[in-house]
Write a new protein. Structure first.
Length: 80
């Protein structure tokens, strides 16, 4: 149990320090990289998952953002 708590806290700190991670589909390149018949690298179309940026919001940060938004909406305070 203490190990699980430690891992959770480490992931929370990672999401706090670096909310974006490399896209798993394009591996952070922003596009699909292909090899031509001659062996040269060629940039393909932009990645659909990350829209060509190469970075995606981490799942923990997405969860944190939705909790904050839910709290803000349910709190009833007017925003300026």
């Amino acid at each position: 149990m203490p190990g699980l708590i430690f891992i959770t806290l480490c992931y929370a700190l990672l999401c706090l320090a670096s909310p974006f991670g490399a896209c798993r589909k394009c591996e952070g390149w922003g596009a699909m990289i292909r090899r031509t018949r001659t062996g040269r690298l060629k940039r393909g179309r932009a990645c659909r998952r990350c829209e060509g940026y190469g970075m995606r919001l981490r799942a923990g940060r997405r969860l944190y953002n939705s909790i904050v938004e839910l709290h803000r909406d349910g709190n009833g305070k007017a925003q300026r």
